[in-house]
Design a protein around this ligand. Structure first.
Ligand code: NAD
Length: 416
């Protein structure tokens, strides 16, 4: 029977496997299988044409044993409670995998930012911030950017929070503009983490990154930064897609020319230096590295057997379904799981929070060097755990995270 997972089911399925293999005690499993706290808010917003619209927003915290919750705010028409819960849980595991002192949170609003004016988006963001004010803060829960939100959104959250709290706390959000306390290197951090993961994975296969062929699904923040950095490291991008279509050029796509074209047109479709192709075929091309950097549930039981990439580096959250995991494993595809591969973003968010709290700012070179240190260390820890438990890297990453979060839970004890 074919299964269609929602993101939270997919998280729980992996958690079950990892918990059993690790031997997680039942009490902790019951704690981790659901969010710790969920807030649902209703947000009346005065629209430009004079009518009032009421939006639904969420802020969900999965676990805070290791530190304040951390996680982006997503603006998207497809936002659901389950999707945000999954994101919050993934952030618990992700922050533990890269070993930064945060827990897992996530927020979202059901809205279509592409159909809203800047004024409407500002009013929506401020109303949301005022509603979730009691649960966020530098020591409680630190929102950041996700799909549909950007540095400007974070600036509005920061301002609204500070106005209400009567403080100047720029550590309340990450991903804000550099002129407002944002970190150098944050905008490309997730892509840089993908680059580091791809390099480490290729090294495990005994192959250099230079000259490796590459296909990327999605050309937003993660996709285009990954494309640029991997191209600059010598990889040859032969295919790329976005929501509107896909393009390919077996001799290699000129990534800098594509970035310029994309900044003018907001799509990769129609780029002169490549041919159009079927977007579904991109995922099954015979390339060295495949980076799904668009959305969840893209590699499933329907197409996993056809995936011919040697390495899959999951730039997106949840791009592979639980049924696809064993198929990829038995076909020898090395998967760098999302909670490791795209953790560069949360790592530099942590650096941003540290810089804000110190009031002392690092040069970009320092940010990038520290990111390499955190990511390579995490990569090695995930693969050591994978080998120890004789499992696949995704379950290895979950076990590493479970071990670190459980340890913190034990030190704290259960308050009843
Ligand atoms: P984004 O909105 O900037 O870009 C998404 C891209 O994917 C766009 O190019 C869009 O056209 C494309 N896309 C959407 N659906 C597609 C489909 N079905 N086929 C092909 N392309 C499609 O978002 P982003 O910030 O780049 O995030 C992408 C993914 O990475 C999400 O899963 C997000 O949660 C995850 N992620 C992002 C960050 C970050 O720092 N931005 C960090 C960690 C994880």
């Amino acid at each position: 029977m074919l299964t269609q997972h929602n993101a939270f089911d997919a998280m729980q399925a992996r958690l079950r496997v990892a918990a059993e293999l690790y031997g997680l005690e039942d009490a902790l499993f019951k704690v981790f299988i659901q969010p710790k706290r969920s807030m649902i808010v209703s947000l009346p917003v005065h629209m430009d044409d004079g009518h009032w619209e009421v939006f639904t927003g969420y802020r969900i915290q999965h676990n805070v044993a290791r530190g304040p919750a951390k996680g982006g705010i997503r603006f998207d028409p497809g936002v659901t409670y389950d999707e945000i819960s999954a994101g919050a849980a993934w952030n618990t595991w992700k922050t533990a995998v890269v070993d930064v002192p945060f827990g897992g949170g996530k927020g979202g609003i059901i809205c279509d930012p592409s159909a809203m004016s800047q004024g409407e988006l500002e009013r929506l963001t401020r109303r949301y911030t005022a509603e979730v004010m009691d649960v966020i803060g530098p020591d409680r829960d630190v929102p950041g950017i996700d799909m549909g939100t950007n540095a400007q959104t974070m600036a509005w959250v920061l301002d609204t929070y500070n106005m209400h709290a009567r403080v100047h706390a720029n550590a309340v959000v990450t991903g804000k503009p550099v002129g407002l306390g944002g970190s150098l290197g944050r905008a490309e951090a997730t892509g840089r983490g993908v680059l580091i993961s791809a390099r480490e994975a290729m090294q495990r296969l005994g192959k250099p990154l230079a000259g490796a062929t590459l296909a990327i699904q999605g050309f937003g923040n993660v996709g285009n930064q990954s494309a640029r950095l991997l191209h600059e490291a010598g990889a040859r991008m032969v295919a790329v897609s976005d929501q509107r279509g896909a393009i390919r050029n077996d001799r290699g796509i000129d990534v800098h020319a594509l970035l310029k074209y994309h900044s003018e047109t907001r799509t990769v479709v129609g780029f002169k230096g490549a041919e159009p192709m079927d977007p579904a075929e991109l995922l099954t091309m015979a390339v060295d590295i495949l980076v799904p950097a668009a959305t969840d549930n893209q590699i499933t039981e329907h197409n996993a057997a056809k995936v011919r990439a040697k390495v899959v580096v999951e730039g997106a959250n949840g791009p592979t379904s639980p049924e696809a995991d064993p198929i990829l494993l038995s076909n020898g595809v090395l998967v760098v799981p999302d909670i490791l591969a795209n953790a560069g973003g949360v790592t530099v968010s942590y650096f941003e929070w540290v810089q804000n709290r110190n009031g002392y700012y690092w040069r970009e070179r320092e940010v990038n060097e520290r990111l390499v240190e955190y990511m390579t260390h995490a990569f090695q820890a995930v693969f050591a755990t994978t080998d120890k438990y004789k499992t696949n890297p995704r379950i290895g990453a979950y076990i590493l995270a479970l071990d670190r979060v459980s340890l913190a839970m034990h030190y704290r004890g259960f308050y009843a």
